[in-house]
Design a protein around this ligand. Structure first.
Ligand code: ATP
Ligand code: MG
Length: 424
């Protein structure tokens, strides 16, 4: 039997409905905050991610889905959104052709070759927002606040952890300090971290496998080594977050997995129901656009994992809509149901028709299983008299309508829907 590729999921039924509603709500929130949708292809030249995400990152070294196409081009499925958006930003001259700051969002699938577990998949989905052309700490705060607005909407408890990882002025000095510190601790480090000491020493701070927690009190941290400009940026970020009613936890061990961050780095942690508690992360990346060959453009943004968000949306947040259904009891009534389905399609009610004749008992059993609210029965008598029997499945109440009385029927269904939704 052919099964889905490992780490990739199907979505259907109630979950697909809830997922769709969740995406609609997210779009509404970010669109009202003036972010416009940006769609990029699922694949890019792998060189983009190597440059954009960083050669020394886990994402590029271990987690990439890549292949050669028929012309031998080295292509990768996108593991994250920022590099693609930056590529497009440069390619379309957005810095000159669109207003600044340019604020965008994206929602879609991403691919990472990771060990699948709850909250960690090989195809997963992210909401991302990015802002180009604004270097202010206030914009960083607004960006983080936007992530909070999404979580607040779904009534989720979370903590916002922030850090500053400095800039090209102060980070190299700090990196040297870290290298010096970790070089004397090699016996306590995992194999990957021993290799990373020289190439990417910041990553040692958030390594999950070599558990340096005990050592943390002594590890030099970036926030103690910020230059004047970065320090001022960080102070203003904290102040603006508080104005937005976001109370951040200062976490000097957030470095983010991807190489391109400058100054602000943040993560939002929540109880996602699994061992993966990061629901969103991001920060400022003022050098990425120019690193990829574009004009000097400050930028900031975040990505939120939608599977982890979905698992936290309260069970009763969305009710499934009321569905109405028509059944036929004999061949002679089939065309009546076709006519009825056609008329119902003009109205804002969810109507489902089952054209296969069956006994009334079977029809009602099916309706029950499908949680139908009202059924419409077309039997021999109804075909003869051009009527339809309507049954309220909750109360058991029955009524006969003329088949042409669709307006009256729809009115009754809409009243019932209004009552149903107002009670929830
Ligand atoms: P983690 O530390 O959990 O691996 P990350 O730092 O690799 O996360 P980012 O690149 O910051 O993740 O992506 C932003 C968000 O996307 C994460 O906070 C998480 O919610 C989600 N995410 C990342 N990788 C996966 C995955 N493989 N499956 C599901 N969600 C993911
Ligand atoms: Mg990861």
């Amino acid at each position: 039997m052919i099964k889905a590729v490992k780490g990739m999921n199907d979505l259907y039924g109630k979950d697909a409905y809830r997922w769709g509603r969740m995406e609609e709500d997210i779009k509404m929130i970010v669109q009202t905050a003036n972010y416009t949708e940006f769609r990029t292809p699922i694949v890019e030249e792998i060189a983009l991610f190597k440059r954009g995400v960083g050669e020394t990152t886990d994402v590029v070294q271990k987690e990439m889905y890549d292949f050669l196409d028929k012309k031998g081009r080295h292509i990768a499925m996108r593991p994250e959104g920022t590099a693609s958006v930056v590529r497009a930003f440069i390619e379309h001259g957005i810095s000159v052709n669109e207003p600044s700051p340019f604020k965008l969002f994206y929602i879609g699938p991403f691919f990472r070759y990771e060990k699948p577990q709850k909250g960690r998949y090989r195809q997963f989905h992210q909401l991302g927002i990015e802002i180009f052309g604004d270097d202010t700490p206030q914009m960083d705060a607004e960006m983080i606040f936007t992530a909070c607005r999404v979580l607040d909407h779904f009534k989720i408890d979370y903590e916002v952890h922030i850090n500053s990882i400095g800039c090209n002025e102060c980070r190299p000095v700090y990196k040297e300090k870290l290298i010096e510190y970790f070089s004397s601790k090699k016996d306590k480090l995992c194999e990957d971290c021993c290799k990373r000491i020289k190439t990417n020493p910041l990553r040692l701070l958030d390594c999950k496998s070599c558990n340096m927690k005990m050592e943390y009190q002594k590890v030099p941290v970036m926030i103690d080594h910020l230059c004047g400009v970065c320090s001022d940026h960080f102070e203003k970020l904290k102040k603006s977050l508080r104005i937005f009613h976001v109370d951040p936890v200062i976490d000097p061990y957030i470095v983010r997995g991807l190489d391109y961050y400058t100054r602000t780095a943040f993560e939002i942690v929540a109880d996602t129901g699994g061992s993966q508690n990061a629901v969103a992360g991001g920060g400022r990346y003022d050098n990425l656009v120019s690193d990829i060959g574009g004009p000097d453009t400050p930028a900031t943004g975040f990505a939120m994992g939608l599977e982890r968000l979905f698992d936290m949306v309260p069970e009763d947040f969305y009710q499934t809509p009321m569905v109405f259904a028509g059944y036929v009891l004999c061949e002679e009534a089939v065309d009546d149901l076709v006519h009825f389905a056609k008329h119902m399609s003009h109205h804002p009610v969810t109507f489902f028709a089952d054209y296969r004749p069956k006994k009334i008992k079977k029809a009602l059993q099916k309706a029950d299983k499908a949680q139908i609210s009202f059924v419409f029965i077309f039997g021999e008598n109804e075909a003869k008299n051009k009527t339809v029997l309507m049954k309220n499945m909750t109360t058991g109440e029955q009524k006969t309508y003329g088949q042409h009385e669709v307006m009256l029927i729809v009115r009754e269904l809409m009243d019932a829907s209004a009552e149903f939704y107002s009670k929830k």
